[in-house]
Design a protein around this ligand. Structure first.
Ligand SMILES: *Cc1c(COP(=O)(O)O)cnc(C)c1O
Ligand SMILES: [Zn+2]
Length: 425
């Protein structure tokens, strides 16, 4: 791992060697989230837009020199990454915009963006020789870990709140995880999982604690810029540089995805592969808007207090977002904004997104699109901007919410006259 320089504490700035600490800066209890810092000069000699243009490995591992793993570590066989980036002209036109793309993370093996992080967790746990991997989850982080572990026969234990949608719990059970349903919130499951990991010596994948999860999620930004470049450069020559979009909309719960999106873009800027930093737009549910509130009030992550979170978008329900330091920095350092959307707006965004471009997202995924609609209403977006919306999870994850967002089908007796009658209504 000669390309990893150190782990830097985001609270006190202390720097540690990659093997000096496991997860957090020991000076702040469990809150001392660290950031993985790289030797970009070395990385730039190993990988470039030109070498990538020749690379036929269409998974996150095409970016391996930028990931915090050993050069010889085996990686899980499931195909994670390189999800489609769809140009969505009808959606754009309906909002008075010119250039909108939707990145469909519902196409990952376990059907959410979390596979990007969990695949790194599996590699790191095996590097450390851990027998068991654990995580707490609102559902998708667990499902992702569950799937990736199943692909290599790795033991794992998943803590989820009892209220998690049935499809996500089904995924955990089918993949063979030990599933612990916690009578409490996601924040309760998080705390319990952390205690269990310490007690039993398990590898802890928890978001906002394990610094390597943002490093997996950041690959989505590499793909956005690489795929966008391929679409906007008409000629087929290998590019020396990539295009970055102007704005990226990301739904936010714990804040790990938005922090990862930011990290990926910072890597690309440091390498000189992109020329400017896109504005990052964090979208929160009105009933779980701790980061939106902190951003508006101008307070720091350390001053944030837990709130009682309630939203239909279970994947972005977080009382005290675990990755709040990175999540606030992502918006503040890029000149973006936080917006909040109601559960009604999130539900309405599910069919709007599906009908506008063919991507069926779960509530938390559609929330990013609801955030774009809101930002347009608030005049935050210029019509000429290149905008990417991250659809973070598949609509089949939460059928109950999907059904609430649409009308009922036509029901007929089994003859053609009845069909004619029903269609005429
Ligand atoms: C986890 C998740 C989010 C939010 O990610 P955070 O890192 O918790 O902010 C959004 N959408 C989906 C589908 C998710 O699974
Ligand atoms: Zn520190």
């Amino acid at each position: 791992m000669d390309h990893v320089k150190h782990l830097k504490c985001l609270i006190c700035g202390a720097e540690y060697g990659p093997d000096e600490i496991e997860y957090v800066c020991p000076k702040h209890g469990d809150d001392g989230i660290v950031d993985v810092r790289y030797d970009y000069e070395l990385i730039g000699r190993r990988i470039s837009p030109t070498t990538l243009a020749e690379d036929r490995n269409y998974t996150i591992w095409r970016y391996r020199p930028l990931l915090p793993i050993r050069p010889d570590s085996p990686v899980p066989p499931l195909t994670v990454g390189w999800t489609p980036l769809y140009r969505a002209d009808r959606l754009a036109a309906s909002l008075g915009l010119k250039h909108v793309w939707v990145k469909d993370e519902g196409r990952q093996p376990s059907a959410s963006l979390k596979d990007r992080a969990s695949s790194i967790a599996v590699v790191k746990a095996r590097e450390w020789g851990a027998e068991v991997i654990t995580t707490s989850s609102t559902g998708n982080a667990g499902a992702a870990l569950s799937a990736l572990c199943a692909s290599v026969g790795q033991k794992n234990v998943i803590f989820v709140p009892e209220s998690a949608p049935p499809a996500k719990i089904a995924q955990l059970l089918v993949y063979g995880s030990t599933v612990i349903l916690v009578r409490g919130t996601y924040d309760d499951a998080f705390a319990l999982c952390a205690q269990a990991a310490k007690e039993f010596g398990w590898f802890n994948r928890n978001t906002g604690y394990n610094p390597y999860m943002s490093e997996g999620k950041k690959t989505v930004s590499y793909e956005i810029c690489e795929q966008l470049t391929a679409q906007v450069e008409a000629h087929g020559r290998a590019p020396l540089h990539w295009h970055a979009p102007d704005r990226i909309f990301v739904s936010v719960g714990d804040g790990c995805i938005i922090g990862g999106v930011h990290k990926g873009l910072k890597d690309l800027l440091a390498l000189g592969w992109i020329e400017k930093m896109p504005k990052i737009m964090g979208v929160q549910a009105a009933g779980s808007a701790a980061l939106y509130d902190a951003w508006r009030a101008g307070i720091s992550a350390l001053e944030m207090k837990p709130i009682a979170a309630h939203t239909i978008a279970d994947s972005i329900s977080a009382g005290l977002p675990a990755d709040r330091i990175k999540a606030l920095a992502a918006v503040r350092e890029t000149g973006g904004a936080y917006v909040k959307v109601t559960d009604e707006e999130i539900l309405a965004a599910i069919p709007a997104l599906a009908r506008g471009c063919g991507v069926f997202a779960e509530p938390a995924g559609a929330a990013a699109y609801a955030g774009l609609v809101k930002a347009v209403e608030q005049g935050l977006v210029h019509p000429d901007e290149r905008i990417v919306v991250l659809a973070t999870g598949n609509g089949l994850k939460d059928i109950a919410s999907a059904r609430k967002s649409v009308g009922e089908p036509l029901v007929v007796e089994k003859d053609l006259a009845a069909v004619k009658q029903a269609l005429a209504k």
